[in-house]
Write a protein that binds this ligand. Structure first.
Ligand SMILES: Nc1ncnc2c1ncn2[C@@H]1O[C@H](COP(=O)(O)OP(=O)(O)OP(=O)(O)O)[C@@H](O)[C@H]1O
Ligand SMILES: [Mg+2]
Length: 468
């Protein structure tokens, strides 16, 4: 059973239950009231009637002994008179004998009814018959001169009370039907309002599970379903982000692997080529040249392996920095010193503007960051000067700027990826594996810092590192 139908069924069930309970209570209360009023009425009428019979008998009988004779002859008359005022059938009994009846009796040997029998003990009694047409039987003893006791019985037709009861029941049935129609319409509208957002959420979930990661729930409600939709949407966003990241990571891995095989292929081909030549030649000069290339290519490969190893070590989650309070100014100066020889070779120099700052860093790795960046500035930019500034404002800001060839925007976003080399430099004779900046980024990230590269082709490149 669908939720919508359950809500409608629940509402209708509650309505019917309420109507039945309410109908029964109201019908019972009105009927009880009617019966009590009838009883009260008959009680009053019986009192007057008893007095009337007694007065009549005494006035007609010259003495007490004549009372039975008077009653025998006048009982029918008395019953008829009383019927006029009480407005119901009246019977007068003497013992079990019916003396007078306001209506024609259907059978003469009817058994004495229980309420009449009760008057023999000088008690008042009443009885209400059950069934469709109910009758209220009421009887009182009538004592004349304390000598003769007659029974006066009223047979009151409860047609009005019955009519009222059946009218109340009918009214409840009709009102119930009428309300049911409205309730049905109302329930359908309400259940639609409740279930529509759930349906939409369900549809969005289904589509998402079928691979449509753009699918989102658009519930405009501010209830639990609305909250659930918001949670679903943010969950879908996270999953989509994760999937995008995963596919990017996969692509990066493929790129890494392709480049690795490409980079390793060139030196290996060179080594194999020269090794083959060694087998074939006896020429001293060719042998020396071959051995030189084999050794230098071998060294290059070793260097690449070392850098790769370094990168993979840094990428390892369990890698721990060896942090200590270090003088950053001193570390930068040392790094520049170690690059002096290369700078001279490329006719460039460093211009330093450094504040004296002590900061907790891994000194060896920090120095490596500076060396890698300066190395790039020397190799690629051909800038006559490299500016290095270190400032401590709100954060620590290290900026290394060259005024060389720069990098275009297209390549700029990828320079931190392993093996990424800007085409222009790939074509040039400059050596390099494209691993330096990815190692730099990894080290800065491990320090909880931030690295940013800004470059304008033919104007220069700036690398800004902030440490907090
Ligand atoms: N200051 C710079 N000016 C111009 N191009 C640069 C500069 N720094 C980096 N690049 C470009 O970014 C690429 C990536 O640099 P990265 O340091 O990662 O690799 P690499 O220097 O080529 O190799 P490795 O550092 O592993 O020896 C370089 O190939 C180069 O083309
Ligand atoms: Mg480099």
């Amino acid at each position: 059973m669908k939720l919508k139908h359950k809500i409608i069924a629940l509402n209708m069930g509650a309505l019917f239950f309420m109507l039945i309970i309410l109908g029964t209570i109201i019908t019972m209360i009105t009927d009880n009231y009617n019966l009590r009023t009838t009883l009260q009425y008959l009680e009053n009428q019986s009192n007057y009637s008893a007095i009337y019979i007694e007065q009549y008998a005494l006035s007609k009988a010259p003495n007490d002994f004549e009372v039975p004779a008077v009653m025998n002859t006048s009982a029918n008359y008395l019953a008829a008179v009383l019927k006029e005022s009480v407005k119901c059938r009246v019977q007068i009994f003497y013992g079990t004998e019916l003396l007078g009846d306001s209506e024609e009796s259907t059978s003469s040997d009817e058994a004495i009814r229980p309420e009449i029998a009760e008057t023999f003990q000088k008690n008042k009694a009443y009885l209400i018959s059950t069934g469709k047409n109910r009758v209220f039987y009421y009887a009182v003893p009538v004592s004349i001169s304390n000598r003769y006791t007659y029974s006066l019985g009223f047979i009151y037709d409860l047609k009005e009370a019955d009519n009222m009861m059946s009218n109340t029941i009918k009214m409840f049935i009709f009102t119930g039907l009428f309300i049911s129609i409205f309730m049905m319409l109302g329930s359908t509208i309400i259940s639609n309002k409740i279930t529509n957002p759930i349906k939409m959420l369900n549809e969005a979930t289904k589509q998402f599970s079928e691979g449509n990661f753009e699918s989102r729930a658009h519930a405009a409600t501010h209830d639990e379903v609305g909250e659930l939709s918001t949670t679903f949407n943010s969950m879908a966003d996270s999953i989509k982000d994760m999937i995008t990241k995963l596919s990017n990571e996969k692509e990066k891995q493929k790129y890494f692997f392709d480049n690795f095989t490409h980079e390793i292929r060139t030196p290996l081909t060179t080594i194999l080529g020269y090794t083959e030549l060694l087998w074939k030649t006896n020429d001293e000069e060719v042998r020396d040249k071959s051995l030189f290339y084999i050794t230098s290519e071998g060294k290059r490969m070793l260097k690449m392996m070392e850098r790769l190893l370094e990168l993979s070590k840094l990428k390892n989650y369990s890698f721990e920095l060896n942090k200590s309070d270090s003088n950053l100014k001193k570390l930068i100066e040392d790094a520049c010193d170690s690059m002096q020889y290369k700078m001279k070779r490329y006719s460039t120099s460093c211009r330093l503007e450094l504040e004296d700052i002590i900061w907790k860093v891994d000194p060896d790795l920090f120095k490596q960051v500076i060396i890698n960046i300066i190395d790039n500035c020397i190799k690629y930019s051909k800038s006559p000067v490299i500016d290095i500034s270190l400032k401590h404002q709100e954060v620590i800001k290290l900026e290394i700027t060259d005024y060389g060839c720069g990098i275009d925007l297209k390549n700029l976003e990828s320079v931190f990826d392993p093996y990424y080399k800007v085409d222009q430099s790939r074509n040039s004779k400059t050596e390099g594996w494209g691993l330096g900046l990815s190692i730099v980024k990894e080290i800065v990230d491990k320090h909880g810092g931030h690295i940013e590269i800004m470059s304008t082709p033919q104007k220069g490149t700036s690398i800004i590192i902030t440490l907090v």
